[in-house]
Design a protein around this ligand. Structure first.
Ligand SMILES: [Zn+2]
Length: 218
């Protein structure tokens, strides 16, 4: 079985030039709610301390109300980027009486629902929140985070992400480092309209923001 990494292509951000490269593998991939023709591999961008710091810096540069943010809610294994984003937020308001900035990673129940324990609620309820995610293709995945923050009484200001194919979701702006235009030909489809399925192109792997899993029968 050919390693998918052999097909890896590197892309740069039109907004930020060569400061950071994005790895993506072309193919036929299935997410929890769509079919996509690139798997965006954020392994290094979420694990390398240097890359995480750069990501946070580029995200912060795109958002002009940083001083309002109380809490960064990290999804999809973005906790390290979130820590650096928290630092960026604190740097904006460096006075001695600055308010604390919190970075949290919600738990997920077995059914995928996000939730906060009682002891964490106080840093969500009534707070100005930004949501940090890895990649956004259709925006369906944002809804989960939005609903959770709303349920716990947080005020969602903005979404930060490494890659997004959309610019906003239900009126909440998305600040992204890489856009769809940075990956020429990038497309996502609902399953019924996927041209690769219509051509009987085999599915390469199941993907999520944590990585990919190949089918064992390939
Ligand atoms: Zn398909």
């Amino acid at each position: 079985m050919e390693a998918l990494e052999n097909r890896m292509i590197q892309f740069t951000s039109q907004k930020f030039g060569g400061m950071l490269t994005l790895n993506a593998i072309p193919g036929h991939f299935v997410t929890s709610h769509s079919h996509v023709n690139f798997f965006i591999d954020l392994t290094m961008l979420k694990a390398s301390v240097d890359d995480c710091e750069k990501c946070a810096h580029m995200m912060a540069r795109q958002y002009h109300s940083l001083e309002a943010v109380d809490t960064v809610v990290c999804l999809d294994g973005t906790g390290i980027i979130g820590t650096f984003l928290g630092r960026e937020l604190q740097r904006i308001n460096a006075s001695e009486d600055r308010k604390p900035v919190y970075v949290i990673c919600p738990e997920c129940a077995a059914n995928g629902e996000m939730f906060f324990r009682d002891n964490v609620e106080s840093i969500v309820r009534g707070k100005n929140i930004v949501l940090l995610m890895a990649t956004i293709s259709t925006g369906t995945s944002i809804t989960r985070g939005m609903e959770c923050i709303q349920y716990y009484g947080g005020n969602l200001l903005n979404v930060f992400t490494v890659f997004s194919a959309i610019e906003q979701k239900d009126g909440v702006p998305i600040s992204t480092i890489f856009t769809k235009d940075d990956i020429p030909g990038y497309a996502s489809y609902i399953r019924e309209q996927c041209p690769y399925c219509k051509n009987n192109t085999p599915i390469d792997a199941l993907v999520s923001s944590y990585g990919y899993s190949r089918f064992t029968n390939q």
